[in-house]
Unconditional design. Sequence first.
Lengths: 244, 221
Amino acid sequence: MDVSVVFPSKNRERYVRKAICTAFKARHVREVIIVDGGSTDNTVEVALKENAKVIIQSNLVYPGKGVAMRDGAYLSSGDIIVFADIDIANLTPQFIEKLYMPIMMGEAEFVKGCFGRAAGRVTELVAKPLLRMFYPELARFKQPLSGEIAGLKKVFYQVEFENGWGVDIGLLIDLYKMGVRIVEVDLGFKEHEMKPLHALTDMAYQVAEAILKRAVRDRKIDEAWAKRYISAISEIDLGGAGYA
Amino acid sequence: MRSVVIGGGHLAYFAVTTLREIDPKGRIIVIEFTFEKVEMLKKTFPYAEAVLSSIDKVEEYITENRSLIDVLVSATDSDALNLRYAKHSIKNEIPIVVAILNNPLNEPIFVKENIRYVINPYKTIISKVKEIVDKFRVNIIYEFSRINAGIYAFKIENAEILRKVRGLILKNDLPFFIVSSADNRIRAGSVGDIQIGDVVCISCLDKDIRSFLERIREGGS
């Protein structure tokens, strides 16, 4: 089985070359795809030079991590797709291989990566409490929002991708509901840039929205209440940069 | 004419209605990926055939029907898919392959992949804003994306602009034609035939027209 590696990116010129070269060194990797969010630096040029497939994500409005992932999946030709953050300072070929190996071995159809550090703030304060409430069977995942994932392409083509930050949790819930075999693998230590707290506001809202939408769909929650809740949290002002 | 339009959104809507207008008796097949949209397409376009397909089956459809398809328009909401289908259609020698962009920043990527007909719906914003706001009235009539050149139209508002446009044509020996203000008819001729009120269409490199416009805005000659 061939593997396609997809890196969503925006203004990541200093990481892109290393990420592409590292991914190509992993066994079975036949292509690397950079889905760019409209970089103003040379991310796209560097990626093209390194023989990556390049597309700029189809949405004009950002953030659009989900759109980037969807476009990457659509452009891929491999049987297995690996998604990873481009700014992982200690990215190695083994890191990528660990993600797709359970699929190669026939042990899973979807793999969620986790790391040897505490889960992020949105994970602990938003995703995990909501998952325990509505999808307790998924509470066993250490890092349900991890962006390091791998899956069979045919599996990704059966689900809708959320546009923004809700994409990872949305995929996890939807693939679980479809009966896809999911495993979580420990990828070791991940060294990358942490976002400041104020930058997490949108992410927290989109993650909550993605879970609540599915809870309504799966009749686990009253629709009118969920709509009121989603609308209320979207109006919360955390004070912008003052929270950094 | 047998046309295939991929996608069921608003980009596809304009493509289908235009193809119908061009050839009312032609056969139009619209390929969509969701059942709900296919049902809606059947009602919106009763004259077209709406087909439900999965993302990966479209390429098979194109290959199987390659000898029957005259025009293929890829108008999904994903530029990644549009690129994929356009490339596959060109490889299968479909005579006319059109890709409609969602994000204008992707245009150079499509051009690099030898997709000849790329529609950038945002491009008209530039020419329209110029038409409305710019007193020098340069409109882009046609663009040759590969060589960054085009056919540009100037409205000759006054004697000063007339003099400068004549100078530009003579200096660079540019091909041009005139749309007459009197009867809206196109005529060829020498620069001496250009009159105030006419529209002059000039074919030249994009950089030449931009530097010319900057000069006249700054009051130079």
